[in-house]
Design a protein around this ligand. Sequence first.
Ligand code: BTN
Length: 331
Amino acid sequence: MNQAERDLLTDRLISLLRRKPGQYFDWAKLMSKLQVKRTSVVAALSRADDWEYKVRINRTKGVKFVAPPDLLTAAEILHGLKTRQLGHVVHAYRSVKSTNDLAAKLAEEGASEGVIVTAEAQTKGRGRLGRDWFSPPKTGIYVSIVLRPAFPPEDAPGLSVMTAVALADTLAKWRPGLVQIKWPNDLWINGRKVAGILTELSAERNGINHVIVGVGINVNHRAGDFPPELRASATSLRRELHRKADRLDILRLFLLNFEKEYAVYSRYRLKKSLPRVRKYSALMGREVTLQSGHTRLSGIVKDFDANGALLLQAANELEIVTAGEVTVVKQ
Ligand code: BTN
C-alpha cells in the first residue's frame, strides 16, 4: 500500500466507525468491510490516533468510535459535505509549506477538478504580492482547490472575485451584515482582514491547464495570536464573535457555496453575482488610490464588471482596472 492508499484506508475506517458511534465493530466485520487484514486495520487505527481521533480498541470486542478531533481531517470534512463533486477527494495534512504549492503539484500530476488540499498549519503560507500568510495550527482554515475550467485564460482573474463572493456568503452566516469584500480578494469584518484568496493560473496559448484557488480564513485566533505587525489590520471570526467557531462547518459551507458560484461563473462569469459583489463591497463609492505595478491612480470606485474588474472614476475618465492594490482614502 502506498501513502495515498493508507490514508484512504484510514478515512474509510473512520467513516465506517462513525456510522455507529459508541458501539463496537468486531474485528471480523472491520476486516471484511475494508477488505484488509487485521494488521492493516491496526495500522489505520494508529494513523487515526495520530490525527487525535478518540477510539476504544478492545482485543476481543473490536473497535468503537468515541469522538472526532478538533482538526480538519479528510474524514471529518467529508462527513456531512453536501457538494456534488467539490472536495470529494481531500488531501489533508497536519503541516505543509503551502497548500497552493501542493495542489499545483497534484494538478500537474493530473488531479481532476474539485480535488482539495487542506492543512492544519502552513510553514510557508503564501499571500498575494509575495507576502506571507500567517498559518498557525488549530485556528485557521487553509484550503486550496484544483480547477480545470473550460473558459479562456483571460476569464480566470474574475475567479478571485467569485471566490470572495462565496466566502462572503459563508462568513456572513457567522457575522451577518458585517462581512465586506475589499476588491479583489480580501474579506473584511469591521475594517480588518479576516480572510484572503490567492488564485494561481497555469495556462498555455491554447487554454488553461489548471487554476489553484487558495483560501486562508482566520477563524479561532485570539488577538494575541497574531504577530504584532498584524494585530491592528487582521481579525478572526472568534475575535468578532467573542466565541469559537466550528472550522469544519465553515469549510463545508464554503465548499458548497464555492461549487454553486463556480457553476454560475462558468456560464455567465460575474453577471449574475454583480448585485452581491456590490452589496459586499467595502469600496463602492469610496475614494481610493490604486497601485498597479508602477502605475498609481486615484479616484472614486463606481462599480465592478462581469469580469471582476473595478471601474474607477479617475480625474478625466472611467478606468477599467483589472489588478492592483487598493487603499481607501480616509475621509
Ligand atoms: C492574501 O490575502 O494575500 C492571500 C492569502 C491566501 C492564503 C491561502 S492559505 C491556503 C493557500 N495556501 C497558501 O500558501 N496561500 C493560500
